[in-house]
Design a protein around this ligand. Structure first.
Ligand code: NAD
Ligand code: UPG
Length: 444
């Protein structure tokens, strides 16, 4: 009989994972502790913006006309326990307030609830990003006869559906008596992507946990590296975009993740590198990761440098009374996620310094308003830039690349655009009468 799967925590990761498991042919039950989220998902709607996810849900959520009916949602732990052969834990692991470390309270609560209901012979699979050593600790929370595996997730927001259906690797950490059983079960769960070519890597618990934080640390390092080069380019008069293009031709370096700008944000890279440093400290290996402190500070510095670039453009004095249009609020395009968003941080800093900031984002407006209700918001890019003394491009949505610079030039107070993402076609904007400046690049 086909395995029955539950997904605990149906946020960005869990909702996508649940829908993808149903797409792979399994019966799936998703659980969340937020009843409104469960209600929304149960009616086939997505509580966040993720391209392709709503369509995938509609194909499988029970009760929707024409669906397979393989996917249901609940708030009942008893139902989860009775239903599941495999339980995927996808709850949030945010940064602790005022500390670098990871807040494990949601994971601990989920394991506590699961331990009380999981059937003998079932498998619990951790997917949340956790400090190394957590799996071993959590295995002891589960009753005898319930196995644990750690299977970190590498999906990118904006590409979550395709990354889940066809992951570039599947990493499975197993341990102890149940190791072979857990591996066999997960090979069955991931049979489709493995048949389509996804590598399946089996490790011990600590290695699986470390693969996740190592991968995110590497990505963060690559971005901060190019941003450090951008700082040097700014000082020396070089062009970081051409530099990135040139070094990227070396296959050992590669061209991806070398876009300089206002740096990385989101619910993953910033908090994961900090949690990694904190955990290394606990393990007495803090020296190994001191470089991540620098990666973090280069990244955070970029936001301030964007603010200074805007100030300089406006004459070098105060922002008081100056109108600043901000294009972008989310931490990256094709997402509504504003967690630790560099764009919103820059907008907020200028606002707090007296600037009249108006923000527009294609999908992030509701979340941005919740985090920063005092900023000005507009319903379109055109409305946001109306009367602006300077326009900041801070999230590289396609919609912004496709704007007509001439139309915008007609409504601003001063046609100056600062590209914090190195993503607009500067020549096109200049041809329409704009002064275009990008971070890490010479002035034309
Ligand atoms: N978002 C991503 O792109 C991504 C990618 C890979 C890994 N991760 C990791 O996955 C985990 C989840 O991230 P996310 O972005 O989906 O977070 P999220 O905040 O969007 O979703 C977490 C969900 O878990 C629910 N939850 C909290 N406590 C619970 C409990 N005790 N029982 C059941 N549900 C509970 C919350 O209500 C929420 O809906 C984190 O560890 C994150 O680091 C995220
Ligand atoms: O060249 C680049 C590439 C990215 N970014 C920024 O870096 C941040 C993170 O981007 P990305 O990694 O694409 O987004 P996430 O969806 O947060 O995905 C990361 O974090 C997830 C959660 O751990 C992992 O699963 C993914 O593999 C990992 O890429 C965003 O603010 C981007 O604007 C840059 O500034 N320059």
């Amino acid at each position: 009989m086909a395995l029955k799967i539950t997904v605990i925590g149906t946020g960005y990761l869990g909702a996508t994972h649940a829908a993808a498991m149903a797409e792979m042919g399994f019966e799936v039950l998703g659980l969340d502790v937020v009843p409104e989220k469960v209600e929304l998902l149960a009616s086939g709607r997505v509580p966040m913006y993720e391209p392709g996810l709503e369509e995938l849900l509609a194909r499988h959520v029970a009760g929707i006309e024409g669906s397979t009916g393989r996917l249901r949602f609940t708030t009942s732990w008893e139902e989860v326990g009775a239903f599941g052969d495999v339980h995927f834990v996808c709850v949030n692991t945010p940064q602790k307030h005022g500390e670098y470390g990871c807040d494990m309270s949601y994971v601990d609560a989920a394991f506590g609830s699961l331990a009380a209901v999981a059937r003998e012979g079932s498998l619990v699979v951790g997917k949340s990003t956790v400090p190394v050593g957590s799996a071993e600790r959590l295995a002891a929370v589960l009753p005898q006869g319930v196995d644990l595996a750690w299977n970190p997730e590498f999906l990118r927001e904006g590409f979550a559906v395709q990354d889940t259906l066809r992951p570039d690797r599947i990493v499975v950490g197993v341990s102890g008596d149940g190791a072979a059983r857990a591996e066999k079960t997960l090979r069955e769960v991931y049979a489709v992507p493995v048949a389509e070519g996804s590598p399946f890597v089996v490790t011990d618990f600590p290695t699986a946990e470390l693969v996740k934080t190592a991968a995110n640390s590497f990505l963060a390092t690559k971005i901060s590296f190019i941003n450090a080069m951008a700082e040097v380019c700014e000082a020396a008069g070089g062009d970081v975009a051409r530099l990135a293009e040139a070094i990227g031709h070396d296959e050992r370096i590669g061209s991806k993740f070398l876009r300089a700008g206002i740096g990385f944000g989101g619910g993953c890279l910033p908090k994961d590198i900090r949690a990694f440093m904190a955990r290394a400290g606990e393990l007495g290996a803090d020296q190994a990761l001191t470089f991540l402190r620098e990666i973090d500070s280069i990244n955070m510095r970029r936001r301030g440098q964007m603010v200074e670039m805007a100030r300089e453009t406006l004459g070098g004095n105060s922002f008081l009374g100056r109108r600043v249009a901000v294009l972008g609020a989310t931490f990256k395009p094709d997402s509504d996620d504003v967690r630790d968003s560099p764009a919103l941080n820059v907008a907020g800093q200028i606002h707090l310094q007296g600037g009249q900031v108006t923000v527009y984002d294609p999908k992030g407006m509701d979340n941005a308003r919740k985090v920063f209700p005092t900023l000005g918001y507009a319903d379109s890019a055109l409305e946001a830039v109306r009367g602006a003394d300077v326009v900041l491009h801070l999230t590289e949505w396609r919609e912004f690349r496709e704007l007509d610079p001439a139309e915008l030039a007609a409504v601003v107070s001063s046609p100056v655009v600062l590209d914090g993402r190195n993503a607009l076609d500067g020549e096109r904007w200049r041809a329409a009468g704009w002064t275009y400046r990008a971070m890490g690049r010479p002035r034309a």
